[in-house]
Design a protein around this ligand. Structure first.
Ligand code: FAD
Length: 409
């Protein structure tokens, strides 16, 4: 499957590429050119970190880039124009995402733009739209997502964090886990249990906690295997939130929360990043004296397999975008794309490491590390990608039951 822009799409692609070339701040261009890239792909939380960085140059880059995108409504290209978005068509969104990923330009707005905003558009009152949407788009408020709990991940409906109504407020007690970027965020939206006696999916509500620094909330870091800090544990002790911050109806929060998961992304950013990483690997495998290409007769084939993976990832991304453009809602197709893309990303890094044998044990920062340790760190960092956002096992269940009609296990 190949993509050919029609004349209008080609013109739009050029417009986006020109805009990025002219407006992407120098600090982001510098990072994009560095081999030892920290983020890459869609880099959802790079902008969160830059907003609150100790370095002025990072804070300036985050602000300038947000301002530049905001001029065109491109912080939230998929939102309606009347709410500050750009009302881009699905195909334009796809092209926009592809050009952003090619330039390694960070996405601005993160979970607020991708998850909360579209859900407020569907379920929010006019007062809530007025209160929340503008602040997401100005980059004033960064949101974290509080769904998962220690006993409720794949089986999210088992969540136990309790919210009890007390006059005009809810009082929240409990714990969330894996809250990405909560330490860099200003606010958090959460699913909480408001009726413990109802069947498990019917006693849940969706609350927006405007200030993550509200007394009673504590955010503790979970350091990952690459010594990175993205995820956290978030604890709630007698946290008071106004009833006005309820999104949708009380005890109907499961359906509100699931709306948010319906805004599937094409995953094109990941495919672009993998294509770039493969081209770089091929180049280095042929030129770097540490490469095992001449000595390991299986390596060429394994690298070739990665090229196939990337073509398939592209095809999945295009399929999801094409379905959305035709007014269809991707279902098991999105599971196929997510599962395949995340597993392909891991395999690419694994082969990237095998290309350099024992040199691949060297971590970034060691000048002897091939490709500045990119695949070594990349592999460690890619491990959670087959868990976050629905594990590969859960995706396979969806493909088996909804896609193939097999009975539930
Ligand atoms: C990097 C990262 C970032 C995240 N960010 C956020 C965030 O910002 N906010 C948030 O709310 N959550 C976040 N999550 C949580 C994520 O959604 C959950 O980790 C995920 O849903 C899996 O839940 P769990 O970790 O509780 O594992 P479990 O659900 O306990 O699963 C354990 C194992 O059992 C398997 N398993 C579970 N159920 C089945 C089944 N029915 N059939 C077959 N196998 C099964 C799983 O695949 C897995 O291998 C993040 C997770 C990661 C890793």
């Amino acid at each position: 499957m190949d993509w050919n822009d029609n004349a209008e799409q080609a013109a739009f692609r050029q417009q986006v590429a020109d805009f990025i070339r002219e407006r992407l701040p120098a600090e982001y261009r510098r990072r994009a050119e560095a081999t030892d890239d920290e983020g890459g792909g869609e880099g959802l939380f790079a902008w969160y970190a830059d907003r609150v960085s100790e370095r002025q140059v990072d804070r300036d880059a985050a602000k300038q880039w947000a301002d530049a995108l905001a001029e065109r409504g491109w912080i939230a290209p998929h939102w309606p124009k009347e709410y500050g978005g750009a009302s881009l068509t699905t195909m334009e969104q796809f092209i926009f995402g592809e050009e952003m990923a090619k330039a390694k330009a960070p996405m601005v707005g993160g979970s607020g733009v991708m998850l909360l905003g579209p859900t407020v558009l569907v379920h929010g009152s006019e007062a809530q739209k007025a209160k929340y949407l503008g602040r997401i788009l100005s980059g004033e408020v960064a949101w974290a997502q509080g769904y998962s709990e220690p006993g409720a991940g794949s089986d999210l409906g088992s969540l136990q964090t309790r919210a009890v109504r007390d006059g005009d407020e809810y009082v929240i007690n409990g714990q969330k886990i894996w809250t990405s970027a909560a330490h860099l965020s200003d606010a958090l939206f959460a699913l909480v249990r408001t009726d413990p006696d109802a069947p498990k999916h019917r006693g849940i509500s969706f609350l927006m906690i405007d200030d993550i620094h509200t007394p009673g909330i504590s955010v503790r870091p979970l350091i990952d295997a690459s010594w990175g800090h993205t995820v956290n544990e978030t604890f709630f002790q007698d946290v008071r939130v106004p009833v006005a911050n309820l999104l949708g109806e009380e005890n109907r929060g499961w359906y509100v929360g699931m709306t948010l998961l319906d805004f599937e992304r094409s995953g094109i950013g990941g495919a672009v990043e993998q294509r770039r990483a493969l081209a770089e690997l091929v180049d280095t495998a042929c030129t770097d004296e540490r490469s095992l290409l001449d000595r390991n007769r299986f390596l060429r084939g394994r690298i070739a397999d990665r090229a196939l993976d990337i073509e398939v990832s592209y095809a999945f991304s295009m399929r999801i975008a094409s379905m959305q453009a035709a007014g269809l809602v991707p279902n098991y197709e999105a599971s196929m794309g997510k599962m395949f893309g995340s597993e392909a990303g891991q395999e690419l890094h694994r082969v990237g490491m095998r290309t350099f044998g024992l040199h691949a044990t060297l971590w970034p920062g060691d000048e002897r590390a091939p490709l500045a340790g990119k695949h070594t760190r990349g592999y460690v960092r890619s491990i959670p990608s087959t868990i976050a956002g629905g594990s590969s096992e859960v995706q396979r269940n969806i493909i088996a039951t909804r896609g193939l009609g097999l009975p539930r296990g």
